[in-house]
Structures are given as C-alpha cells and as structure tokens.
Design a protein around this ligand. Structure first.
Ligand SMILES: Cc1cc2nc3c(=O)[nH]c(=O)nc-3n(C[C@H](O)[C@H](O)[C@H](O)COP(=O)(O)O)c2cc1C
Length: 146
C-alpha cells in the first residue's frame, strides 16, 4: 500500500460543474485501478490524497501532473502505508466549507506551508508532517459516513 499527498494550484478558477466533471472521470479511472483518496479544492488550491498500489498511485500522479488544469505541485507525502484511510472512496470530495473549523485551520496551514516550500529550499518538515497527520486523522470517520 502506498500513499501520495500533494497540493497544487489551479491554472484557472474552476466552477462546481468543472469539478464534478473532473471527479466523475477521476472516480471511473480510480475504481479501475483501485486508487482511493480525497480531493479538497479551495480558492484555486487543490489538496489530494492518492492511495493504492505503489505503481498505480505513481502512474496516476504522473497523469495528474501532466494535466494543464493545475500547476505548482508540492508533494507533502510519498510513502508506504499500512492501510487505506479512504477505503470507501475512489475519490472523496470536500469543499472547504464542508470541513470543520479545526480542519479548515489545518488546511490553511498546510496550504501556506506548501507555498513556503515553493520559495524556500528547506521546509519545516516536522511542523508540516504533524499538521498533515492530524489533518488526515480528522477524516477517520469519513469511511463510516458512506
Ligand atoms: C486536481 C485534479 C485531480 C485529479 N485527480 C485524478 C484522479 O484521482 N484520478 C485520475 O485518474 N485522474 C485525475 N485527474 C485527471 C488527470 O489529471 C487526467 O486528466 C486523467 O487521468 C486522464 O489522463 P490521460 O489523458 O493522460 O489518460 C485529476 C485532475 C486534476 C486537475
């Protein structure tokens, strides 16, 4: 099992319809490749978790990076994982407004740390990692909601 988490910047503002179209085709492809995860979009910033077999996740990420709809890719994690965190979702989707207050704060912190990472060679990895783990853990009940 492998997990890859990244943030990126939309090259143009996406409307809800655009996002649902994107999600429809991503889910079809992900279910065929057994890739689960979550996508969050807020003010031109994407945050996505991809989890599945290492090769499938890496191929999916390569495709995603070739997509002209976004740019400025920052990997927050690319690691072996014991189990899936979003096992019931070929690609769950959350808007910023759907997140809890604490999740919103963590999302903004992660987005800002990723922006800093673009400018500075050294990222505050420990801090980013701690926020990332807490953020992911906060979705632990999402599986039950399906
Ligand atoms: C923010 C974002 C997230 C995406 N997530 C996925 C995804 O989870 N799975 C997927 O197959 N494609 C996803 N896509 C679409 C891919 O970038 C790509 O368009 C699609 O896989 C088709 O690739 P191909 O034309 O090289 O076959 C995403 C695109 C964007 C902009």
């Amino acid at each position: 099992m492998h997990r890859l988490i990244y943030t990126s910047t939309a090259t143009r503002l996406l409307k809800e319809d655009d996002l649902f179209e994107l999600l429809d085709s991503a889910r079809a492809q992900n279910s065929a490749e057994h890739i689960s995860g979550i996508l969050i979009y807020h003010e031109g910033c994407f945050f996505q978790v991809l989890e599945g077999d290492k090769e499938a996740v890496e191929h999916c990420y390569e495709r995603i990076c070739r997509d002209g709809r976004h740019t400025n890719f920052i990997q927050l994690a690319n690691e072996a994982a014991i189990s899936r965190m979003f096992s019931d979702w070929w690609m769950a989707y959350r808007q910023f407004v759907d997140l809890g207050q604490f999740q919103q704060k963590q999302f903004i912190e992660l987005r800002d740390l990723a922006k800093t990472a673009m400018r500075m060679p050294v990222v505050d990895n420990l801090k980013a990692n701690a926020i990332l783990r807490a953020f992911l853990y906060s979705f632990r009940d999402l599986q039950l909601a399906s």
